[in-house]
Ligand binder design. Sequence first.
Ligand SMILES: [Zn+2]
Length: 328
Amino acid sequence: MKVIDLHCDTLSELRHGLYRGEKIDLGSNHLQVDLEKLKKGDYLLQCFALFINLGDPYNPLVTALEQVDLFRQAMRQYPQEIRQVTTWEEFLENRKEGRISALLTVEEGGCCLGNLSVLRVLYSLGVRIMTLTWNYENDLAWPNEVPGNAANVYPCAANTTNGLKEKGLEFISEMERLGMLIDVSHLSDAGFWDVYHHTRKPFIASHSNARALCGHVRNLTDEMIRAIADRGGLTGLNYCASFLDPSDHPRSTVQRMAEHAAYIRNVGGIDCLGLGSDFDGIEGDLEMPDASYLPMLEAELRRQHFTEDEIEKIFFRNAMRVLKEVLA
Ligand SMILES: [Zn+2]
């Protein structure tokens, strides 16, 4: 089964390697995503996030650009295996010629430094999806975290009061105009609804699950799932144990993933589901330890009575529909 994955943090790991003085090869490495694993998993397209942690002592824009540089080096190194896509035609051409497509995304809108020119330049470099926040408040919006918390402290209550700032509203309007998907993963509940009320086009939660099954604020409420579905958007299943399993010792299993998939399908319909692994951003007890194991999830969906058509939609067809619209 072909695969389109909406989120991984592999470029950030390549950058960390560089800072340690270690050159990590995208072709084959110890990470959860490399070309060998993507081929084994039968991937059509992998989204590669430029991940920025605003708590780190680095310029966020430089951090993003360092990852663009590493991404481009990797694309130059393996032109027959993988190629960046910025248009729908490029995706179709890669598919025809059996190459994996690579799409740049941003995880942390703060890397734009509140500057629309930076946003447009990132677009020109091929960025087509951007989360407005990660786990920190920035100049665009507030994240899932409750204001005042030290960043990256879970669990916490949903932030239903602080959403998008004035600058955030300017950004989502420009993103829609440019043709860049707004990604609401990590965004506060209030911010989610600000995006919903101030946009017209499909938007996505690239790597979030169902809050009703696992009460983590990174996951979506039923109302959010319906809102994304009504708009023709997507939510990408996240394989992180603590977003799948509410127990004290959470495990990431394909059974639990399929349960979230069934729940989201029953609430929002089959057309709003995709995959957002979060590979190379998650660790711990993973039944699917890397990208080569995707056939395990396919088999489990079948075991839980998903139809072939439904599995195809989850694995790649729904993402193709949304990407076709944004890359057009
Ligand atoms: Zn994330």
